[in-house]
Write a protein that binds this ligand. Structure first.
Ligand SMILES: C[S@@+](CC[C@H](N)C(=O)[O-])C[C@H]1O[C@@H](n2cnc3c(N)ncnc32)[C@H](O)[C@@H]1O
Length: 253
């Protein structure tokens, strides 16, 4: 049935302006896998930071704040002084702001969080921004050439800083690209994705002075993920295929 669906190819900016309204509820498998896999990467990345030595953090491509809100919650909240969350899409940012406003009304202390529109393809200075100790960027790299992504990161990160990246795996990228079904029109809306291979990411980032901390983690979809409810039925066609990878990098001093 889905092969009969009309498909519309749009720019990345338009994709996320339209996707924002259903991004958190349309059963996207990459978000589900990212939720399961990210904590181990964050644990490694935040290990050097404590309440007495908190990290200034920037989230590049924060989207609807799916992971921003995790940074404002235990165990990370006490290890962070401030979160700057940036994204290309005003609609995605609006959802993130609303989600984090709810969080900051909670009982426990949360780090300050500031949202800004920012396009890594055409970067402009963020007012009052100082390079940070740690950058988190989940499921964003596929939208950008490696040179653009890492140039943006390098301009925003302190020397010696840490970068946590998660991304669509190239095995999935060879078969698909970011997109969603617009519930209003019934159309499949898809954008431009790059199927970056892990070796390419490691080689390119190394040329700019980034070195891996620990191993690159790769994750496929297994039958068990459907049985356990980790992913919904949309995951069935991806069984046996690597869909996600994540890694922590450190920028040389
Ligand atoms: C798949 S979503 C991921 C959102 C969020 N990080 C998450 O994991 O749920 C990709 C995000 O990257 C943002 N993005 C794409 N291209 C960008 C660019 N050139 N500059 C900044 N953000 C960009 C999109 O607007 C979108 O919110």
């Amino acid at each position: 049935m889905s092969s009969m669906r009309p498909v519309q190819s749009v720019s990345t900016a338009e994709l996320y302006e339209r996707w924002a309204k259903v991004y958190d509820t349309d059963g996207n498998i990459l978000q589900a896998i990212d939720d399961v896999q990210l904590p181990a990467l964050l644990e490694s990345a935040f290990a050097p930071f404590q309440a007495t030595n908190p990290a200034a953090v920037l989230e590049l491509g924060c989207g609807t704040g799916r992971n921003t809100v995790k940074l404002l919650s235990p165990p990370y909240a006490s290890q962070i002084s401030k979160v700057t969350a940036v994204d290309l899409s005003a609609s995605m940012l609006a959802v993130a702001q609303s989600r984090c406003r709810d969080r900051s009304q909670g009982p426990s202390r949360t780090p300050a969080v500031e949202f800004s529109q920012y396009d890594a393809l055409h970067p402009t200075a963020l007012p009052g921004f100082q390079p940070v100790d740690l950058i988190l960027s989940t499921l964003v790299l596929e939208h950008l050439p490696l040179a653009t992504f890492f140039a943006a990161v390098k301009s925003l990160l302190k020397p010696g800083g840490t970068l946590v990246i998660t991304n669509m795996h190239s095995e999935m990228g060879a078969r698909s690209q970011a997109g969603f079904v617009d519930p209003e029109s019934g159309e499949k809306i898809r954008g431009l994705s790059f199927a970056h291979e892990i070796e390419q990411v490691l080689d390119f980032s190394k040329s700019l002075g980034f070195l891996p901390v620990g191993d690159v983690v790769e994750r496929g979809i297994e039958e068990k993920d459907l049985g356990d409810g980790v992913v919904g039925e949309r995951g069935r066609k991806w069984v046996g295929i690597s869909v996600w990878f994540g890694l922590v990098l450190r920028l040389e001093d």
